[in-house]
Design a protein around this ligand. Structure first.
Ligand SMILES: [Zn+2]
Length: 297
């Protein structure tokens, strides 16, 4: 469950007019599955969105934050993924026990999400208002929705592939993806070449299962071009929750609420939505919080 082999590579080609990222996220998707107990269709949906978060997140400045939210009328209801860069991503789905019959031999992620909305939010430390764009889902398979978002909201023609292969026992066999963007100044021939390359590639999970790393994936995406590696970094599922934050959140509930918890259960149990970590705050610690609250009042 360590996901130690997970890695993201960012590269460019054709004199910086093409930007491309590829990531192996098998460990990330498997850790998310273990933490949230997702069923195969939910595992694929969450794994794809986590990968999208890492790929988009790698284009941000180090202080920025990014969240990807999908809300649909299908059984899965909602997926939320956030990253603050550095190869760290976290996320959850509303209904982890979602599994649908496969469609054309593939996990039916679009069916699990249904019709709905994609919301991408970017936060910057110097900007109080986050940059938010909300758009109707065009496919529900996530990769096409991310491509649509990039084309309409950021005006960047892109191709996105996201894949999660789930083993017969429910564990993640392979996960990863790539994102290639045609930036200003690229010629139409160049865009066509990349389009042909992408169309000719096998499924990204097949590549990963046969041992391909991010370099191999980008070599396929950018075949015929000189690839310049920009950086490679390890990626992982990581949450920013902590015991201190949980205590802070309890403190905000106020003394009455905390006294109520002491009377009823003698403790407080808090579960982090993003990573499913359980925090138990005992009687004596809760009493200490009440004293702190009194001190602040
Ligand atoms: Zn957490």
């Amino acid at each position: 469950m360590s996901g130690g082999d997970d890695v993201l590579l960012r590269a460019s080609a054709a004199g910086e007019t093409i930007r491309a990222m590829a990531a192996i996220t098998t460990g990330v998707a498997e850790e998310a599955r273990c933490r949230h107990g997702t069923y195969p269709t939910a595992t694929a949906a969450l794994g794809r969105t986590l990968t999208a978060g890492l790929l988009l997140g790698s284009t941000m400045k180090s202080e920025d934050g990014l969240s990807i939210e999908l809300v649909g009328d299908g059984p899965l209801r909602r997926i939320l993924v956030t990253t603050s860069g550095g190869g760290r991503v976290r996320g959850y789905v509303s209904r982890p026990a979602t599994h649908l019959p496969s469609k054309n031999g593939k996990l039916d992620v679009a069916g699990a999400i249904g019709g709905g909305w994609l919301c991408v939010m970017r936060t910057q430390p110097w900007n109080k208002e986050p940059y938010r764009s909300v758009m109707k889902l065009v496919s529900g398979e996530i990769a096409a929705d991310i491509t649509h978002y990039l084309a309409t909201s950021e005006q960047i023609p892109s191709a996105t592939a996201l894949g999660v292969f789930v083993n017969a026992d429910g564990s993640v066999g392979a996960a990863g993806g790539f994102l290639v963007q045609i930036l200003h100044g690229a010629t139409a021939d160049l865009a066509e070449l990349v389009e042909r390359n992408v169309a000719a590639l096998p499924q990204v999970t097949s590549l990963i299962q046969s041992g391909a790393g991010p370099d191999d994936i980008l070599a396929g995406v950018l075949a015929g071009l000189h690839v310049r590696r920009i950086f490679e970094e390890p990626v992982c599922f990581a949450c920013s929750c902590s015991r201190e934050r949980v205590l802070g959140a309890l403190l905000l509930l106020g003394t009455e609420e905390i006294e109520d918890m002491i009377r009823k259960d003698g403790k407080a149990s808090v579960r982090c939505e993003f990573c499913a970590e359980e925090y138990t705050v005992g009687d004596s610690e809760l009493r200490m919080l009440i004293r702190d609250a009194a001190g602040f009042a």
